[in-house]
Design a protein around this ligand. Structure first.
Ligand SMILES: Nc1ncnc2c1ncn2[C@@H]1O[C@H](COP(=O)(O)OP(=O)(O)OC[C@H]2O[C@@H]([n+]3cccc(C(=O)O)c3)[C@H](O)[C@@H]2O)[C@@H](O)[C@H]1O
Ligand SMILES: Nc1ncnc2c1ncn2[C@@H]1O[C@H](COP(=O)(O)OP(=O)(O)OP(=O)(O)O)[C@@H](O)[C@H]1O
Ligand SMILES: NC(=O)CC[C@H](N)C(=O)O
Length: 536
């Protein structure tokens, strides 16, 4: 006897419990009609992940209970395994439940609650204890939920309880390198305990997080036998033989995962698409300067939403080089995006006139630069208000780290697609995208970066070269190294000290920045929580 299983790599909407329940019912009906015995869905599929403080509302938990009743009454002829929060004696648990023919036949509570990095599960859940095993098609299935697989005991306990196959339900967000890390870890567990493991992951963007999907199956020898798609809502169907070992369809090769730039680029595209779609925007607007940051952001926006839902606004000032306008127009033309040109000179003049009595006798400084950035911010937010299009902010991680951006100016906006992308990676992503089709004019990639807020300005007047800056920032922010550690590796002491000071001092700016897609091990936002007021 064999068992036909399907992984549902699902993109739920956080908080939409009734809608997610309908999606599960429709998926179960479709799977049943195509002969599937067992449908495996991700962690907290019913609520989406992470539901955050919605979990603290009794009304939200009541909706989950109502949806569970509906799922039990609607699903027939197929076994459904899926994640949801369960209020029980002792508190709230993050569970994997098994529904078959009107009955909840098994429930397993997550034992290891992640509480590091972007995870905050101890705020909401109590840990479960012990394994849960159920039978289907003559096979014994164990259950585990995401973080459980990162520890040894839950898998061992399931094997000791007689499981031949482990169903691991996940809400595992993406960062660069994560996919290979997961596969190696799960393969090791499968080998160590002689189990087949089905790794079912969520897909989709949720605020700062993007879930890549990349669900997969490993056999008891630790070989990957099946992979689902990356960054796409999909299903993965397979057969298990009478011993619970996955059956490969002939000699069909496994799909390889794409390289680093492509993976990160697609993560950004999905993050933008889902933020815009799930928040009900008509499309997006952004300021297109002829610089690399806005160029990459525009390419991502068009790939995410389609050219007809994206609008680029050119807002030249007295300091804008002709080639900036030419390159911006050329990129918009290549992408098929509509443009508007709105010079900021009249507004800039008006502000300078209004402020003249206040500033009388004082030298021109960064204040005037910021007024220009703020004129642009007002224009873009006005277009966003009128059109229902979200303003995409174009700042990268290197700028956000050192505060090289203007509050309420170029930091204005609703979502910041590349805020976790360091400048050197911005260039690599732009080159990767141009390798698919040349949408960004070569000059935009070649030119020295400039804010164009005063004559002949370049970023390097104020900042160290970006390759040096990014190397220091990675060590200081992602690796938590001290200034002394970094200097000991041969980096110039004065530069390292200055960069670290800028990072520390600019927390106030980052706290007011829009959210953006997390693609690194440590992004600004929920992943790095520093005091603003600090004597460090
Ligand atoms: N701890 C704190 N808590 C709360 N607020 C604090 C604060 N410290 C300062 N502030 C406030 O923040 C203000 C300073 O911030 P802000 O007004 O933004 O201005 P600021 O950081 O002084 O200047 C912006 C910098 O970004 C550069 N820039 C601007 C635009 C685009 C680009 C680019 O290439 O992308 C670069 C520009 O050349 C300049 O170096 C202070 O005047 C004060 O009002
Ligand atoms: N002339 C302009 N027209 C339209 N938008 C502009 C203009 N100048 C600046 N902006 C907006 O402000 C943002 C920050 O400006 P800045 O010049 O620093 O960035 P960039 O041009 O995209 O990249 P780079 O930092 O590499 O020059 C831009 O990305 C863009 O959204
Ligand atoms: N939801 C979870 O338990 C996620 C934690 C896990 N270590 C991951 O990111 O894959």
């Amino acid at each position: 006897m064999s068992c036909r299983i399907e992984i549902l790599q699902m993109n739920p909407l956080v908080g939409d419990v009734a809608g997610n329940a309908e999606r599960l019912i429709a998926a179960a009906r479709r799977a049943h009609a195509s002969g599937i015995d067992l449908l495996v869905c991700p962690e907290l599929a019913l609520t989406g992940y992470p539901p955050e403080d919605l979990l603290l509302r009794p009304e939200f938990i009541a909706r989950v209970e109502t949806a569970l009743e509906r799922l039990q009454s609607e699903i027939r002829g197929i076994t459904l395994v899926f994640g949801y929060p369960r209020a029980s004696v002792g508190g709230l648990f993050n569970v994997a439940g098994v529904i078959r023919d009107g009955t909840l036949i098994a429930e397993y509570a997550k034992q290891h609650l992640p509480n590091y990095s972007v995870f905050d599960e101890k705020r909401y859940f109590q840990p479960g204890t012990g394994a849960t095993v159920f039978e289907q098609c003559g096979l014994r299935f164990g259950l585990s939920v995401c973080e459980d697989i990162w520890w040894e005991e839950p898998t061992r306990e399931a094997a000791e309880a007689g499981a031949q196959v482990l169903l691991n339900l996940n809400a595992s967000p993406f960062h660069g390198g994560k996919i290979a890390e997961r596969e190696a870890l799960v393969a090791r567990r499968a080998r160590a305990h002689g189990l087949t493991i089905l790794y079912a992951n969520l897909v989709g963007g949720q605020d700062e997080l993007v879930f890549d999907g990349a669900s997969f199956v490993v056999d008891p020898d630790g070989r990957i036998t099946h992979r689902a798609g990356l960054f796409t809502e999909t299903t993965l169907a397979l057969k298990l033989d009478a011993d619970g070992v996955p059956v490969r369809a002939g000699t069909e090769p496994l799909t390889d995962w794409p390289g680093e730039e492509e993976t990160i680029y697609e993560a950004l595209v999905l993050g933008v698409r889902d933020y815009v779609r799930k928040n009900g925007f008509e499309g997006a607007v952004l300021g297109l300067s002829g610089g690399i940051d806005s160029a990459l952001t525009l390419a991502i926006a068009v790939d995410a939403l389609g050219a007809d839902r994206v609008e680029a606004v050119l807002m030249p000032s007295r300091y804008t080089a002709d080639m900036s306008n030419e390159d911006a127009l050329e990129q918009a033309r290549r992408l098929g995006v509509s443009t508007r040109v709105i010079p900021i000179e009249p507004a800039f003049h008006a502000f300078l006139d209004m402020l003249e009595p206040v500033f009388a006798g004082q030298p021109v400084d960064v204040t005037e630069e910021n007024i220009q950035a703020r004129c642009r911010g007002i224009i873009l937010m006005a277009i966003s208000n009128k059109s229902g299009r979200i303003l995409l902010t174009t700042g990268n991680k290197s700028e956000m780290a050192v505060g090289y951006a203007t509050l309420y100016g170029d930091m204005a906006g609703g979502f910041a697609p590349i805020k976790d992308v360091p400048k050197m990676l911005v260039y690599r992503l732009a080159r990767y995208r141009n390798g698919r089709s040349p949408v960004i004019p070569e000059r935009v990639i070649e030119r020295a970066p400039s804010a164009e807020l005063r004559p002949d300005q370049t970023d390097q007047d104020s900042l160290p070269p970006y390759d040096l800056l990014d190397a220091i920032l990675k060590r200081y922010i992602e690796d938590d190294e001290s200034v002394e550690d970094i200097v000991a590796q041969g980096y110039p002491a004065d530069v390292v000290r200055r960069v670290a000071r800028l990072v520390d001092r600019n927390e106030y700016k980052r706290r007011q920045a829009p959210p953006g897609v997390r693609i690194s091990r440590r992004a600004f936002g929920r992943d790095r929580r520093y005091p603003i007021t600090s004597g460090f």
